[in-house]
Ligand binder design. Structure first.
Ligand code: FES
Length: 506
């Protein structure tokens, strides 16, 4: 079994720390305010600046350091098994538009890499969706056919570069793997060079839509803008109940070095074994490549993450003997109930507010696509895939009802059931652990640090009141309802919550 690494943190963040950007302290007037500096927000801001708009990006934490800084950074139009499903549920034309929109976004990014001379470890590789279980071969054949019909260079294959046999795979050639932060930090620099503004540690708390849009920030500064883009992964402003159509999930990642000769030479994903995803990247050590393995998906705030990391590390060691794991981190995605991202106007009455969310595990191509689509909408052009991604599309009872109802039942179960769970006394919480306890008639989230000090905060998530749970491997409080995350002192790590968990006495 391969040893779990001691470095807990994203390889992408460690190898591209990036400069600090200012916090917004004074009122601002711009054409477009973009909330969120991940791949979708920065892609939109950059495109809008190229189109001559005055743009400000407002990021609650650091640029490209949230979900985008923790991705596996596969830039591909092959999204596991989406094409056969799209063809059946929304028709062949929708599948074609999906493939075209994602592929054009990738090629647009390729052109930017060339034009701006961005050094971001850009490598062309095939993307594979594979299965070791022979029972899934028909599914893979159907996906290969649907992807080809949709216009992708796709085929069904039985040979891959993986060091173990597969029953079959869909291969799409000429896709991309890259270093997401090196790409996005360069995009942010170019945005600033074009007169755009990028602010960090600037949390947006309020949005008014009458007349020009007005954003209130935590520092007291306001931003007035004709158009606003909400690109905060899970939308912090949700005026169309989008949260009912998005299920958050986390996935664990381990990375380490392998001999370059063992590089499987592609990007792989399988729905087998609670998902496994594999890619490599250049490494500074001569003769080595970085192996990145992802899997063990779970709903935030549920499951045993330590055991998940152990399983993933063991899988990496078993399938890539000799791998020396150096990094471990986790990533978070929002799955839309009908598998298609939600990109466009924020709600049915919206005229100048837009949203980009629900990219599933495919936020790189999806975020870049969103940047281009939103720019088209904001600058008054039409787009062939506007309707496909329109967040206001109606819930289809046939295609969405099962996953929609399942998600709602899950949220209800957490909202009610988590309050009925027995809780330990505060003395029972050992050092390095956290638990929800009862104190003064309320539920309190208590973390005991290694020195034995307790850190107590309200266990009620500030988004919509579900109870948070402790993720021991990542030392964070997580909300299972919509995926908000907080540090052990209650500070927001990830939305949709924007306010911290309140301090409590125990
Ligand atoms: Fe919605 Fe916690 S994230 S209630």
């Amino acid at each position: 079994m391969s040893e779990l690494p001691h470095v807990r943190g994203s390889y992408w963040l460690q190898t591209a720390p990036g400069p600090s950007r200012p916090t917004l302290e004074e009122d601002l007037h711009v054409d477009v305010a973009v909330i969120g500096a991940g791949v979708a927000g920065l892609s939109a801001a950059h495109e809008l600046a190229r189109a001559g708009r005055q743009v400000a990006v407002l990021e609650a934490h650091r640029v490209a350091a949230g979900v985008t800084g923790h991705t596996t950074a596969k830039l591909t139009a092959l999204h596991t098994l989406i094409y056969d499903r799209l063809r059946r549920t929304r028709g062949p034309e929708a599948a074609r538009l999906y493939a075209r929109s994602q592929s054009e976004a990738i090629e647009h990014a390729a052109a930017l890499v060339d034009e701006l001379g961005i050094e971001c470890e850009w490598e062309r590789r095939s993307a594979f969706t594979y299965a070791c279980d022979a029972g899934r071969v028909d599914e893979l054949r159907a996906e290969a056919e649907a992807a080809r019909e949709a216009g992708l260079p796709a085929s069904f294959v039985t040979e891959t570069g993986l060091p173990y046999p597969v029953a079959g795979a869909v291969e799409v050639t000429d896709q991309v793997q890259f270093h997401p932060r090196k790409y996005l930090l360069a995009l942010a620099d170019d945005l600033v060079a074009r007169g755009g503004q990028v602010y960090e540690n600037t949390t947006v708390l309020g949005l008014e839509e009458d007349g020009p849009c007005r954003l209130a920030t935590a520092t007291g500064a306001t931003v007035t803008a004709r158009d606003v883009v909400v690109a905060t992964h899970y939308p912090v402003f949700d005026r169309a109940l989008l949260f009912t159509r998005l299920s958050p999930r986390r996935e664990l990642v381990v990375a380490g070095t392998i001999d370059a000769g063992r590089d499987p030479g592609g990007m792989y994903i399988t729905p087998d074994e609670n998902t496994r995803s594999v890619r490599t990247a250049p490494h500074q050590e001569p003769g080595k490549r970085l192996l990145v393995v992802t899997g063990e998906r779970f709903t935030p705030g549920t499951g045993d993450t330590r055991a998940g990391f152990d399983r993933l590390a063991a899988w990496a060691g078993e399938h890539f003997p000799g791998v020396a794991l150096t990094h471990a981190w986790a990533t978070q995605d929002n799955d839309p109930t009908d598998t298609v991202p939600l990109v466009g106007l924020l709600h049915p009455g919206a005229r100048h507010t837009y949203v980009a969310t629900g990219f599933g595990g495919w936020g790189m191509s999806g975020g870049m696509m969103a940047g281009r689509l939103l720019t088209a909408l904001i600058t008054g052009q039409d787009s062939p895939w506007r309707e496909l991604y329109d967040p206001r599309r109606l819930l289809s009872t046939v295609r969405e009802a099962p996953s929609f109802l399942k998600h709602q039942a899950q949220v209800a179960r957490h909202f009610v059931g988590d309050r009925l769970r027995p809780v330990p006394p505060v003395e029972a919480v050992p050092p390095g652990e956290g638990a929800v306890v009862r104190a003064g008639g309320d539920r309190v989230a208590v973390y005991r640090d290694e020195e034995g000090r307790t850190h107590a905060v309200s266990a009620r998530c500030t988004h919509m009141g579900c109870l948070v749970s402790f993720n021991a491997a990542e030392r964070a409080w997580e909300c299972p309802c919509h995926g908000s995350r907080f540090d052990t002192d209650g500070k927001v790590i990830q939305g949709p919550a924007t306010r911290p968990l309140e301090p409590r006495e125990v």
